[in-house]
Write a protein that binds this ligand. Structure first.
Ligand code: SF4
Length: 716
């Protein structure tokens, strides 16, 4: 490209995990040949992990979807968009609004998410819009809402560096959020008094910096934290002043924790831990004020994930370890924009801008803001189907049109065979996708080629509430288009052109910011009624949007530079301003072990891959770490099951099979196996973890129980 400037640098954001690292990309004559960590970005200050630093190796036209397709035939955009609009209209008019649904992704940018949510809930009148973030952090959302009255992560990354004690529970930070792990490791080197505790059934690379490792029985986390609360109370270690001034619910919560025998010995037996080590943790937690408990999918992906989150939060509230530098219960999200999706209302139980359907006045407020009051239909009046329920509704024939954007439920959802059967019988499946190697395309009636990282332009929000720009560096290949553009063009063909007349993502972001502040004036204490408020970012024109520096919400007139830490004044987002301790009664996983399936299955990420590998598999160096799927098993189980290291074996669950090579390791507890979640049929037909997990979910959050399968292991 002779017209391109010789060399230019553009700052953007990594599209992989929820750390949300800033990236500085260097383009030479229009080609992205090199990138490095953005030294000014507050998430990473110049650091990148191997995935982030390989991003430029994953680009190029190879394997990209380049043209729209309708019924297997390549067509122009107008034909494809018309087909989407006409078929959606036909199904809606015959079967009703709720016969259409959308399934989105934490890979989408906030602006894509916003217009999708507005179209489906606001204009098509269906509540059935959910997201793959349901699989990742829905329990954390529900836990925060129960405790704080809002889906609000109280901490920031600096808290990890300022803490005296950091507890990693259900999080292999070293592999899944590597730059945060690097920050923690450096902080620990600088502060030899800092302690790190790792609570995880598996011995992971995160244990390298652990002063104490608790290899608990899978699923026993709530019991462990209930035990901690009882231990604190029994030794007079509750922060009575904080509890009295800022919380409610201690008595009921303690009573629930004490329904079971809660001596250290009893809790240690329930969690299968050494009592002395457990009590050491309790003592450390209690004796420090500046404690961060960082949790992730090991807590969330459970049929009692919400309760586990609240069991953790209860201990922080009871000890007053919150709203301070270096303190708080800190959920780290998996995806780059799981938080942004939450902000626009991209979960089926949300309406918009952190308002739920039951938030007083929310339906009326959003109706007026989107000016849908003269429309038929009006906004839905209650929540829609969460991910697993949504595919069950498709299976039952209730939902008859599904638009999937930037995700592959045929691989990532539990009970994958059932999901595939549901997709096969769905009369209309529309797929917006970047790449050709995804199994979902087999089920698509209409395929819409979407732009990808390095081409898209908009915002994402990371785990510390930091809104950060993803900037377009390169033109989309072929006829690929941005997701927000595709959605708006469909909306126009449905007759809603006026409400979707955006010419640039800056205009969508502006509307999103305005909605966050709409009728959200401060109360007498100066606190906004709704915590999610970025009205301080209203009015950014394209240049200002382009120049937007990373900033943590809330961003308001009172906090124009953003807000690093929440609840510093001890006021929460509940009606009375008090946080809630929530009684938790531990429950066992729903997927029961049996003589036929005696092993507990854990699933998760590996260090150098991302989701279903559509991007990371393109970089050869990322394939070097683990070149193929595997089954990790303890030596005693390997012996008992007759399988050997490096030999092929098969796992059998209620929902299907998984075949891969065995890795025998003492890092695995006896009675448990681990498999990676990344491989799909595009790479091997035999190693999809979703085939082994059944569709049990948390009753509050709807998050599947992906960490607690029940399987048998045998040689192949
Ligand atoms: Fe990207 Fe996460 Fe690695 Fe940062 S830690 S470079 S956001 S994958």
């Amino acid at each position: 490209n002779d017209s391109a400037p010789m060399s230019r640098q553009v700052k953007t954001t990594c599209p992989y995990c929820g750390v949300g690292c800033g990236v500085t990309a260097t383009l030479e004559k229009g080609t992205l040949n090199a990138l490095e960590g953005d030294r000014q970005h507050p998430a990473n200050y110049g650091r990148l992990c191997v995935k982030g630093s390989s991003l430029h190796e994953t680009l190029g036209q190879r394997g990209r979807l380049l043209r729209p397709r309708v019924d297997g035939v390549e067509v122009d955009w107008d034909t494809a968009l018309k087909a989407v609009a006409e078929r959606l209209t036909a199904i809606r008019s015959q079967q009703g609004n709720e016969s259409v649904a959308a399934y989105l992704s934490g890979q989408l940018l906030t602006e894509d998410y916003y217009v999708a949510n507005k179209l489906f809930k606001g204009f098509l009148g269906t509540p059935h819009l959910d997201t793959n973030s349901r699989l990742c952090m829905a329990s954390a959302v529900a836990g925060y809402k129960r405790a704080f009255g809002a889906d609000a992560v109280p901490c920031c990354y600096e808290d990890l560096e300022e803490a005296e004690l950091v507890v990693l529970v259900g999080s292999n930070l070293a592999w899944n959020h590597p730059v945060l792990y690097q920050r923690l490791k450096v902080a620990k080197t600088r502060n030899p008094l800092m302690r790190v505790v790792v609570i995880d059934p598996r011995v992971t690379d995160s244990c390298e910096i652990a002063d104490l490792y608790l290899g608990l029985k899978p699923g026993s986390d709530a019991c462990l934290f209930n035990g901690l609360l009882s231990w604190m109370a029994a030794r007079g270690k509750l922060d009575e002043v904080y509890l009295t001034r800022h919380t409610q619910g201690l008595e009921e919560t303690l009573a629930a924790a004490r329904e079971e025998e809660c001596s250290v010995a009893a809790v240690a037996a329930d969690c299968d831990l050494d009592p002395e080590r457990l009590e050491t943790f309790y003592y450390w937690f209690t004796s420090q004020l500046h404690v961060v408990t960082l949790y992730s999918q090991g807590i969330n992906q459970s049929s009692s994930g919400t309760d586990k989150c609240n069991a953790i939060i209860n201990c922080h509230l009871a000890g007053g370890k919150l709203g301070l530098p270096g303190a708080g219960p800190f959920s780290i999200t998996g995806q780059p924009n799981a938080m942004g999706g939450r902000e626009v209302g991209g979960l089926a139980n949300q309406l918009a801008a952190h308002m739920d359907y039951h938030t007083p006045g929310a339906i009326d407020r959003v109706t007026r803001f989107w000016a849908t009051d003269n429309l038929t239909p009006t906004l839905p009046n209650g929540p829609g189907h969460k991910a697993v329920e949504l595919f069950a509704a498709i299976e039952r024939g209730e939902v008859r049109a599904l638009w999937v954007m930037a995700t592959n439920p045929a691989v990532s959802l539990p009970d994958a065979a059932r999901v595939r059967a549901a997709l096969a019988r769905c009369p209309l499946v529309i797929v917006s996708e970047c790449v050709t190697n995804t199994d979902l395309l087999d089920y698509a009636d209409i395929v819409l080629p979407a732009s990808s990282w390095s081409e898209k332009d908009g915002t994402v929000t990371n785990s510390e509430r930091c809104i950060s720009r993803q900037r377009g560096l390169l033109p989309p290949p072929g006829e690929a288009r941005h997701d927000w553009w595709i959605i708006c063009e469909v909306a126009k063909r449905l007759g809603y052109g006026e409400a979707f007349a955006y010419a640039h993502p800056a205009e969508i972001f502006d509307e999103h910011a305005r909605l966050s502040g709409f009728e959200n004036a401060s109360d007498s204490t100066g606190t906004c009624k709704r915590l999610f408020d970025i009205s301080g970012l209203v009015g950014l024109d394209r240049d200002a949007f382009d120049a937007l520096a990373p900033i943590q919400w809330p961003v308001t007139a009172r906090a124009p530079q953003g807000t690093a830490r929440l609840f510093e004044d001890g006021r929460f987002a509940t009606d009375d301003g008090l946080a809630r301790l929530v009684p938790v009664r531990p429950r066992a996983p729903e997927q029961r072990l049996s003589a036929a399936r005696p092993l507990r299955l854990n699933t998760g990420r590996i260090r150098d891959q991302w989701h279903t590998m559509t991007r990371t598999a393109r970089a050869p160096r990322l394939m070097n770490h683990r070149a193929e799927p595997f089954i990790e098993v303890h030596p005693d189980d390997a012996l008992a099951c007759g399988v050997a290291d490096k030999r092929l074996a098969v796992l059998t669950g209620e929902a299907g099979e998984y075949r891969a090579r065995v890795r025998v390791t003492n890092a695995q507890r006896c009675g448990e196996v681990f498999v990676p979640m990344h491989w799909s049929d595009c790479f091997t037909r035999q190693a999809r973890s979703g085939a082994l997990i059944t569709g049990h979910t948390d009753p509050l959050s709807g998050q599947p129980e992906s960490k607690h399968g029940a399987v048998a292991l045998a040689p192949l």
